[in-house]
Design a protein around this ligand. Structure first.
Ligand code: NAP
Length: 315
């Protein structure tokens, strides 16, 4: 796909932010290409039930919400390519055009780019974590929960993800040990209330997991109580780790400015430090990450990109 054609806009990433950008770009009649290396929807597809997305009073599954978003963009024509972007650069002597390189060595061109790159689950970095991925270590309750029917499992973390997923897991398992490193959750109060009321969840405060052990699969975890210094082994069939996310921005290598954790810095119009490159969704530096916020930013990024493209094409 070494194209000489120059797209108005290339959107990298097909989660809620990227799909909303695409919707607004289509409605703005921009000639747009959406690039996604995996499946459309990103992390949201792996979410069991979403109860805080407006318009769905009974809640909606992540899969269904994305299905609806995809249907909406398909109505006006979905120009999608399933490839991995590895580099973005400005073309020499043609300062206003971007060259987007794919992992297969091909490239395509555009006047503007929207980065909707999302984020990936962070790891604990403890012995046994890597070895037992898929054998009891999981980062997705919806995907793997059904494999732990009537078992005892552990969940690590104290944010929205850990509490929400611990609640999801109680639908399948006999018991959940919820292990948190502090004595206070950072999750929204409503989730905290549900967790504290759930008889299947036992909370281990001020505790960290030091090792994951087993033979063919996870059998036990070593837990340190940071207040007492006591170390215990818990017999669990699985451990679900939800300790936050890191942005998928490592490959940008100086294209745009990022914060110390690698999240992209933008202004209030979602413009990055690189003129013509916009960013939205979970890869952006900000205090809160929600689907509705990602969608709002996606709309804003596309509207800003449209203004920028009109300016570039007439100058
Ligand atoms: P998060 O809010 O960053 O929380 C991460 C949790 O993991 C914190 O409790 C943190 O402890 C703990 N943690 C971090 N590193 C750790 C380590 N090395 N060892 C042990 N514990 C560690 O991440 P998140 O829950 O994945 O949420 C990410 C974003 O998505 C947030 O903005 C969240 O609001 C949003 N989200 C929203 C929903 C929703 O339903 N509304 C659902 C999922 C996610 P400390 O508290 O001590 O720092």
């Amino acid at each position: 796909m070494n194209e000489t054609k120059v797209y108005d806009l290339i959107i990298v990433g097909g989660g809620p932010a990227g799909l909303t950008s695409y919707l607004y770009a289509q409605r703005g009649l921009l000639n747009t290409l959406l690039v996604e290396k995996n499946f459309l929807g990103g992390q949201v597809v792996l979410t069991d039930q979403i109860e805080n997305y407006p318009g769905f009073p009974e809640g909606i599954s992540g899969f269904e919400l994305i299905e609806k978003m995809v249907k909406q963009v398909e109505k006006l024509g979905l120009n999608l390519v399933q490839k991995e972007v590895v580099k973005i650069e400005k073309i020499e002597n043609q300062n206003l055009i971007f060259k987007i390189w794919f992992s297969d060595g091909t490239y395509t061109l555009s006047y503007a780019v929207i980065l909707a790159l999302g984020a990936s689950p962070k790891r604990l970095g403890i012995p046994g974590e890597k070895e037992f991925i898929g054998k009891g270590v999981s980062f997705c309750a919806t995907c793997d929960g059904p494999f732990f029917k009537d078992e005892v499992i552990a969940v690590v973390g104290g944010g929205d993800s850990a509490l929400k997923e611990a609640l999801t897991l109680t639908k399948f398992v006999k018991k959940v040990f919820l292990i948190h490193r502090r004595d206070k959750f950072r999750a929204e109060p409503y989730l905290q209330k549900l967790v504290l009321q759930n008889p299947k969840i036992e909370i281990l405060w001020n505790s960290t997991v030091e090792a994951i052990e087993g033979n063919q699969k996870v059998e036990k975890i070593k837990v340190l109580n940071k207040l007492t210094g006591e170390k215990i082994f818990l017999e669990v069939a699985g451990i679900f780790i939800f300790i936050g996310y890191e942005p998928n921005t490592f490959w940008l290598k100086g294209l745009v400015e990022v914060d110390p954790e690698g999240f992209i810095l933008t202004d209030k119009a979602m413009q990055t430090s690189q003129q013509g490159v916009f960013a939205c969704g979970d890869c952006v530096s900000k205090p809160f990450r929600q689907i509705i916020i990602a969608c709002g930013e996606g709309a804003l990024a596309a509207l800003s990109a449209k203004e920028y493209i009109a300016h570039v094409k007439t100058s």
